[in-house]
Design a protein around this ligand. Structure first.
Ligand SMILES: *Cc1c(COP(=O)(O)O)cnc(C)c1O
Length: 360
C-alpha cells in the first residue's frame, strides 16, 4: 500500500554532490566560491539578535528586493527572493506549467531539472547541445516542435562553462511562445569585457525570468538565498500566489541584503576566480587535457587520450581532493573541476601531474 501520487512513486530524487567537512579536504566538486563572503555579511551576522526572531520576517523581503532592484536598475516588482535558486525553479514550474505539459531543457544540463519536472508530472524534452557544446542551430525550431510551455536554460552553461551570447538568448526568447527561464547561477564569474547583461532586457522581453543565486558568486551556499528577475507580470503570480508567504527568513534577508549591497567587494573574489581559472586551464592544457573555455567557476576538462577519468577522480579522492565525475553519455571521459583558491589549485595540479606520470 502506497500513498504517494503515481508520478512521485515512479520518480527518482535528486542526488546532491558529495559534501564533506573532513579537515584538510580540498573540495572542488560543487562549485562553491573558494573565497569568503564580504565583511558586510559578517557584520550583519554578528548583529543578529535573537529577539529579532520573535516576530515574523518581512513577508516580501522588501529591503532585499529594494537593494537587488537598485543593483539591477529595476524596480522591486521585478524581483522575487527565494530560498536558494532551487526554490525559484520549483516556483516557476508550479506557476507556469500544468501536469502533462512539456518542459524543454538543453542536454546535458542541471540534473535537478528532470527531478522538478517529475514532481510536477511534466514531460521533459531534451534538446542536445551540438558537438561543440553550443545550443544547436535549430534550437528554436526544436523548441517549437516540442510544444513546451517552459524552457530552462543555464547560461553560462553547466556543466560545460560556456557562455551563449546575449543576442542568441534574446532571439530564442522572442521566437518562443512559452516562458524562458535563464539560470544565471554562475553569471558573476563571466568576464565583464563580454558585456553580458540580460537583466537589462527583461522589461522588454515579457517571457523571460532570470535566476540568480548568492550561493556561488557571494560565497553563501550555506545561507540558501536566490532570486528571480523578470517583467512584473511574470513575477507577480509567484510573489502573490504560489510561494510560501514567508519563504525567506529574517536572518537570510539581512545577510543577503548586506551581500548585495557590498557587491563591489564580492566582485574582487570573482576577479580572483577568473585569474585562477585562466591559470588552471592553461596548466591542464599543457598536460594534454582538452579544456572548454569557461565563464563559470569551474572547468570541464577531457583527459588526455589513454587516461581514465573515473580513475583520476578516485585517485584524487584518495588524496582528499574532491572533483566531479559524471558517469553519463558525452561526459564520462571528463572531469568537472571547481576553481579553488591558489593553494588548492596548485595541490590539485600537482596531484594530477603525478597521476599522469604514474599511469603512463
Ligand atoms: C547552484 C545552481 C543553482 C542554484 O543553487 P542554489 O544553491 O539553490 O541557489 C541553480 N542552477 C544551477 C545550474 C546551479 O549550479
Amino acid at each position: 500500500m502506497s500513498f504517494e501520487r503515481p508520478n512521485i512513486k515512479r520518480m527518482q530524487g535528486y542526488t546532491p554532490g558529495e559534501q564533506s567537512n573532513l579537515d584538510g579536504i580540498i573540495k572542488l566538486n560543487t562549485n562553491e566560491n573558494p573565497y569568503p563572503a564580504t565583511a558586510a555579511v559578517a557584520t550583519a551576522l554578528a548583529g543578529v539578535r535573537v529577539e529579532d526572531l520573535r516576530r515574523y520576517p518581512s513577508p516580501s523581503a522588501l529591503a532585499f528586493r529594494t537593494a537587488a532592484a537598485a543593483y539591477h536598475g529595476l524596480s522591486p516588482e521585478n524581483i522575487i527572493p527565494t530560498n536558494g535558486g532551487d526554490e525559484l525553479l520549483r516556483l516557476v514550474i508550479t506557476t507556469f506549467t500544468s501536469a502533462g505539459d512539456t518542459i524543454a531543457v538543453a542536454e546535458p544540463s542541471y540534473s535537478l531539472y528532470p527531478v522538478l519536472a517529475d514532481i510536477q508530472d511534466c514531460e521533459l524534452h531534451r534538446i542536445a547541445l551540438d558537438e561543440d557544446w553550443n545550443l544547436s542551430a535549430d534550437f528554436s525550431r526544436q523548441l517549437a516542435d516540442s510544444d513546451a510551455k517552459l524552457c530552462l536554460l543555464v547560461n553560462p552553461h553547466a556543466p560545460t562553462g560556456k557562455l551563449t551570447p546575449q543576442a542568441r538568448i534574446i532571439q530564442i526568447a522572442q521566437e518562443f511562445e512559452g516562458v524562458l527561464l535563464v539560470d544565471e547561477a554562475y553569471v558573476d564569474f563571466v568576464d565583464p569585457d563580454l558585456s553580458y547583461e540580460l537583466t537589462r532586457e527583461l522589461e522588454r522581453l515579457g517571457n523571460v525570468i532570470v535566476l540568480r543565486t548568492l550561493s556561488k558568486g557571494y560565497s553563501l551556499a550555506g545561507l540558501r538565498f536566490g532570486y528571480g528577475i523578470g517583467a512584473a507580470q511574470l513575477i507577480a503570480p509567484m510573489m502573490d500566489k504560489t510561494r510560501d508567504s514567508y519563504n525567506t527568513d529574517h536572518v537570510s534577508q539581512l545577510l543577503a541584503t548586506a551581500a548585495i549591497e557590498s557587491v563591489e567587494e564580492a566582485s574582487l573574489s570573482w576577479r580572483k576566480v577568473r585569474m585562477e581559472r585562466t591559470r588552471v586551464s592553461a596548466a591542464l592544457t599543457s598536460m594534454g587535457f582538452d579544456v572548454l573555455p569557461s565563464e563559470c567557476n569551474f572547468l570541464l576538462a577531457t583527459l588526455p587520450t589513454g587516461y581514465d577519468a573515473e580513475k583520476l577522480y578516485l585517485d584524487l579522492k584518495s588524496q582528499n581532493i574532491l572533483v566531479r565525475y559524471f558517469n553519463q553519455p558525452r561526459l564520462s571521459d571528463k572531469l568537472r573541476i571547481s576553481i579553488g583558491n591558489d593553494q588548492e589549485n596548485t595541490r590539485l595540479l600537482q596531484a594530477i601531474e603525478q597521476f599522469l606520470l604514474a599511469s603512463r
